[in-house]
Design a protein around this ligand. Structure first.
Ligand SMILES: CC(C)(COP(=O)(O)OP(=O)(O)OC[C@H]1O[C@@H](n2cnc3c(N)ncnc32)[C@H](O)[C@@H]1OP(=O)(O)O)[C@@H](O)C(=O)NCCC(=O)NCCS
Length: 167
């Protein structure tokens, strides 16, 4: 959706993703496509259509991640359900080459959860990650997500469901 939420950690800042940042997101997403359930290559047109649909969805918040003034990645909170006080976390990607450092994923995850809790009134955030995606799982564990359930996706690949609970 066309939102105006933002957040800041010690090193990174999150801003609403802008149209002109889409191409960077598309390239990063294609490079990491096997980490995501929708793993097919995304074209420029496909990305633009996706973004137009995204702007019309009321419960989907996409952010750009900035570090030292540079765009370094993306993250989302979506399927936000204020009645159930629940949301889903996803689309986390950090370009370590652009960032010139590792470890920004934890801060990014923490800040987006803080936005969900403090600005959207959400208490429970869920995510799904491939069981073989160790860097992402370590990032989520260190950000306060707890492993909930192992299951198989439609293609028989093992996934882990994790939950963040604001107490
Ligand atoms: C997930 C992601 C954002 C984390 O980025 P980051 O903050 O730069 O973190 P790193 O990738 O450096 O690593 C995270 C942790 O995993 C560890 N790690 C990385 N590769 C590892 C491996 N093969 N085995 C064990 N540990 C590993 C790192 O040491 C680090 O742990 P530490 O904090 O204890 O040092 C980034 O890896 C990414 O963009 N991945 C591709 C997209 C993706 O998978 N998104 C998540 C989809 S659910």
């Amino acid at each position: 959706m066309d939102h105006s939420l933002f957040g800041r950690g010690d090193r990174i800042s999150l801003y609403p993703m802008k149209m002109e940042e889409l191409e960077k997101m598309r390239i990063l997403r294609n490079r990491n496509r096997h980490s995501f359930v929708t793993s097919k290559e995304i074209t420029r047109d496909g990305q633009r259509r996706w973004y137009e649909n995204y702007l019309n969805r009321e419960n989907d918040y996409l952010f750009s991640v900035y570090y030292q003034g540079n765009w370094v990645g993306a993250v989302s909170i979506y399927n936000v359900d204020p009645k159930q006080s629940m949301a889903e976390f996803g689309r986390l990607m950090i370009d370590k080459e652009l960032a010139g450092t590792g470890g920004l994923g934890i801060e990014t995850t923490k800040v987006v959860c803080q936005i969900a809790v403090q600005q959207l009134g959400i208490q429970t955030i869920e995510l799904e990650v491939y069981a073989d995606n160790i860097p992402a799982q370590i990032t989520y564990l260190k950000s306060g997500f707890i492993p909930e359930e192992l299951f198989f996706d439609g293609e028989g690949r093992r996934m882990l469901r994790m939950k963040y609970q604001q107490t």
